[in-house]
Design a protein around this ligand. Structure first.
Ligand SMILES: C[S@@+](CC[C@H](N)C(=O)[O-])C[C@H]1O[C@@H](n2cnc3c(N)ncnc32)[C@H](O)[C@@H]1O
Length: 368
């Protein structure tokens, strides 16, 4: 195979973190670049429509480029943006959300609010999962299932890194290890005062942004409602913060550990059901006053299945709030849901600085 070298102007950074250049019109993706830079890159994979390349030399360096603090950056599969100053990471993520809504959801002019930054650009993760194999403890390498030995991770909180150091001192069997910081400061929900060692289920990773996310959801949900359906509720992180606005709350999640945690401190108005949203959503929507029902959706990265979207379009509640950890599937789903809902606002949040991940909240109001 030929391993050509090309000079490229990086026009943009695509969702996922790769710089986008063009060679005779063909898109070339180059990771670890900054928009505006001119780079020399070696083509590593070439297809008809596009190519992948790796930087060999930076000919014109962006003023937004900074030195990545982590020695594993570039090899580790975790971070994509340590070489870009934080304010520009925020600009890129906002732009990526707008572009995905345009390209996939066909929204010409989505009402995108300003991105909510993370109070901490590093040392924010309250948990990490590392893998152990043949004496190596660390993360997966970029584009590979091989491990990179990681002594410490700068996006994890100090306490998590201390746990990593402890783990590395022991001889541990091969496997996955989730290391968590203890909750040192009770967040507002009572839920978070539980010892974290018990949480085997999903939990928010960046406490500062999780608080901002919860405040945003409280702001978007109208008061004096009858029913909250919290679909993909986990341990009830949102439901428990929204109690004051509802007479009844119904949470659905198929993780029985999460449901058990949600039930632990539940009041009489909360019901939590362990089951598939696809199976349970229709009946939850059927026996309520749709005018005074709010549907909260916080699905995994794959987004909503077509069946869940059909159910929502068929039995549409007056208000829906969609929390997404993947703007591409969000754009697809909103493109579909817009048949019955007006998209009132879109708010990106930077839950995962230095990485390519983007969290987004969409506010939907049914057309009457
Ligand atoms: C992004 S987490 C959200 C959790 C919760 N809202 C929170 O903030 O802690 C997604 C949740 O969806 C659940 N889940 C994924 N697919 C599901 C399905 N088809 N039916 C029910 N729950 C599902 C997972 O167990 C997980 O708890």
């Amino acid at each position: 195979m030929t391993m050509r070298t090309v000079d490229l102007k990086i026009e943009d950074i695509a969702f996922g973190g790769k710089g986008v250049g063009r060679e005779h019109g063909k898109v070339v993706f180059v990771p670890f670049t900054v928009d505006g830079e001119v780079v020399t890159a070696k083509i590593t994979r070439e297809k008809k429509q596009m190519a992948e390349a790796e930087v060999v030399d930076i000919k014109t360096r962006s003023t937004k480029r900074v030195d990545p603090p982590c020695p594993y950056f570039g090899q580790c599969g975790g971070c994509a943006y340590q070489h870009i100053e934080y304010p520009h990471q925020l600009e890129l993520k906002s732009r990526q959300v707008r572009d995905l809504l345009q390209r996939i959801g066909k929204f010409k002019d989505a009402p995108i609010r300003q991105i909510i930054p993370s109070p901490l650009a590093y040392a924010y993760r309250n948990r990490i999962t590392v893998h152990a194999e043949d004496g190596v403890i660390g993360y997966f390498r970029r584009d590979s299932h091989r491990l990179i030995d990681v002594e410490q991770c700068p996006i994890a909180r100090d306490e998590v890194n201390r746990r990593l150091a402890d783990l590395r001192e022991r001889r541990v069997p091969d496997g996955h290890y989730t290391l968590r910081a203890k909750v040192d400061r009770p967040l507002r929900g009572r839920l978070n005062t539980r010892p974290q060692s018990a949480s085997r289920h999903f939990s928010q990773t960046n406490d500062g942004v999780a608080n901002a996310l919860r405040d945003l959801i409280i702001e978007l949900v109208p008061p004096n409602q009858e029913l909250l359906i919290d679909a993909y509720c986990g341990a009830g992180f949102f439901a428990k913060a929204l109690m004051g606005k509802f007479q009844r709350i119904a949470g659905i999640d198929w993780d029985r550990f999460a449901i058990a945690a949600a039930k632990e401190n539940a009041t009489a108005k909360e019901t939590y059901i362990a089951g598939d949203v696809e199976a349970g959503l229709r009946s939850a929507l059927q026996d309520c006053d749709l005018q005074k029902t709010v549907l909260l959706l916080d699905p995994p990265a794959a987004g909503l299945t077509s069946q869940v979207r059909e159910t929502i379009l068929d039995i549409a509640p007056a208000t829906a709030v969609y929390v997404s950890c993947n703007p591409a599937t969000l754009a697809r789903d909103l493109g579909d849901l817009r048949r019955r809902f007006e998209i009132q606002s879109i708010t990106p949040l930077d839950m995962f600085p230095q990485t390519a991940e983007i969290e987004v909240v969409a506010e939907l109001r049914r057309y009457n």
